[in-house]
Ligand binder design. Structure first.
Ligand SMILES: [Zn+2]
Length: 315
């Protein structure tokens, strides 16, 4: 087909006029990207859900989702923080799939977009006590990748002038089936490019299941033993140096089921407690089952823990 420049120009002008008219009718569409960061919005971070058939966990998770749906103002989206199910590391595949199915069924209650982070308990068989063979096609991160990651275990997106990076912090060495906290080389390369494309001005939220920093071990076992490699992201120092030129405001994590806030070197690290509390057996460290609500505005944020009113059903 040959091109007709006059006709193309007329079509362009007509569509431009139509677009301009549409914009004048919808002033919210004229907001410049530089002004987007001034638009307040909220999102929730709910982590360590550990859905399972027992202990009324599905009922508890649905109660948590109902609380999120009812928040006023309504959050723009939710981010789950990993450990979506009770456990895929040590169980057989049938049990793991049952738990993922329960999680999926409950998650249909969400009335907003949801982005998922992978946790260690969402990885099939990565344990010296695992029951799923390395040769099984579901071994590892396949189920998470297909169901929750749109083909990946890490990704990023923009929202109203902010940049969100969801990491996969679950690593595995060649000679040891047990997981440990790690950002692998391929992901680190992707992250470097993602940050370059984001630029140094845009505020960034990073989500990781395993924390970069935490005082959990000091609180529980003191300082005589080093923090185990499954407790923190072992190559955090590389990340910290990588983040220096960028506007990384907030790092959200889970894994320890503790409520914790650490502010250091211009970045706030928050661990959002646990939706399941003490694995659906009540409070842990005296804290109720909860999630985090983050309000972003003017290149800064506010964070609050939100109880959703669950009482454990252990009998
Ligand atoms: Zn975990």
């Amino acid at each position: 087909m040959t091109s007709n420049p006059t006709s193309d120009r007329r079509t362009f002008l007509k569509s431009s006029v139509t677009a301009a008219a549409a914009l004048s009718l919808c002033p919210q569409n004229i907001i410049k990207s530089s002004e987007q960061t001034k638009m307040p919005f909220r999102f929730v971070h709910l982590t360590d859900i550990h859905v399972q058939p027992e202990l009324s966990a599905a009922e508890g998770y649905r109660k948590c989702i109902a609380k999120i749906n009812a928040l006023n103002p309504r959050p723009d989206f939710a981010i789950t923080g990993g450990d979506l199910i009770m456990d895929a590391l040590h169980t057989d595949l049938g049990r793991a799939k049952t738990e993922f199915d329960i999680f999926d069924k409950c998650s249909k209650d969400f009335e907003l977009d949801v982005y998922h982070t992978i946790g260690n308990h969402d990885v099939v068989g990565w344990s010296s006590k695992g029951k799923v063979s390395k040769n099984n096609s579901s071994y590892g991160k396949q189920i998470f990748t297909e169901r929750y990651g749109q083909g990946k275990t890490y990704r990023s997106f923009d929202h109203k002038g902010w940049h969100f990076i969801i990491l996969d912090s679950i690593g595995q060495n060649k000679d040891n089936p047990d997981y440990f906290g790690h950002i692998d080389d391929a992901q680190m390369d992707w992250l470097k490019n993602d940050l370059i494309n984001t630029g140094t001005k845009k505020p960034i939220v990073v989500v990781t299941h395993i924390p970069f920093l935490s005082t959990l071990d000091q609180n529980l076992v003191g300082i005589k033993k080093p923090v185990p490699t499954y407790g923190l992201v072992t190559n955090y120092l590389t990340l910290r140096k990588l983040f220096v030129p960028y506007n990384v405001q907030l790092v959200l994590s889970g894994h320890g089921h503790i409520r914790e806030r650490i502010e250091v070197m211009g970045t706030t690290h928050i661990q959002s407690g646990a939706v399941c509390g003490k694995w659906w057996r009540g409070r842990l460290f005296g804290e109720s089952e909860a999630f985090g609500v983050v309000t972003c505005k003017n290149n800064s944020f506010e964070y609050q823990f939100q109880d959703y009113g669950w009482t454990a059903k252990t009998s």
